[in-house]
Design a protein around this ligand. Structure first.
Ligand SMILES: [Zn+2]
Length: 83
């Protein structure tokens, strides 16, 4: 086992240099909060969806149908049947 010199040890392990007060911690952490994901209603089915993303419930993005939701559902069911 190698001898633990006091200087070598403090380089390896994070040792607090100074006491940080509750206020300092609070101010530092005031920017750490997560924000809620913004939801917009789909222009096609009016269900809530994430902005700039294809709607999960109808598969539309703007005026265009990107995903055929019904075909996807059928595919899923067939997969379940096989198992
Ligand atoms: Zn939709």
């Amino acid at each position: 086992m190698p001898a633990l010199g006091s200087s070598a040890r403090s380089e390896e392990v994070g040792v607090p240099r100074a006491h940080s007060t509750r206020g300092q911690k609070g101010r530092r952490r005031s920017h750490l909060a997560l924000r809620k994901a913004g939801l917009v209603s789909c222009s096609h089915c009016h269900k809530p969806k994430l902005p700039h993303r294809v709607c999960k419930s109808c598969g539309f993005y703007g005026e265009k149908e990107i995903i055929n939701v019904l075909a996807r559902e059928l595919k899923k069911k067939e997969k379940h049947k096989q198992k």
